[in-house]
Design a protein around this ligand. Sequence first.
Ligand code: GAR
Length: 208
Amino acid sequence: MKNIVILISGRGSNMQSIVRACAAEGWDARVAAVISNKADAQGLVYAAEQGIATAVVDHRAFESREAFDAELARVVDGFKPDALALAGFMRILTPQFVQHFEGRLVNVHPSLLPAFTGLHTHQRAIDAGCKLAGATVHFVTAELDHGPIIAQAVVPVLPGDTADGLSARVLVQEHRIYPRAVGWLVHGQLRVVAGVVTHTEGESQLVL
Ligand code: GAR
């Protein structure tokens, strides 16, 4: 049985989608812990209700990013993770942390990477006149919102779209591709060659 650890900072809807898929699809894995850098993260309540271990490592209690990440890594390691999923975890991680979990560390980002790294992705896509937007699940590397792409979902940008409207439409797709990608990871179905991720059995990595 593989262990999945999920890091959140807030609502945790992507975390919930992974918890649900893991149970509903009978993965050979369990969500061993949900960890937040914020004690009031809504998602912690859901995780505790599901009987999942929770922990808080408050970044404000540390003098440096390095010290915070070292403690976070120590707490995460306590749950022996085979996969570590960032799900709305709004902290930039140090190269040391990323390297420690390399190959096991994944993230969901609300844009079609490599476009629109960082924040305010939906408004920026609207302002740029994009006709397509979407979400990306990727392996995490030291560079923010970069790393080999595991899955992407595409949605249209509609005339008159607001950031909130587009965000809601993209989120529905995040909830489809993120559990799928984490499931592939824990079942050993992903290969990375020269920065390109393929599925060992040819599953589609694109949701249109
Ligand atoms: C999601 O839209 C996720 O893609 C985004 O934060 C939201 C968290 O929602 N993540 C990032 O912007 C990371 N760069 P959730 O807490 O309900 O999963």
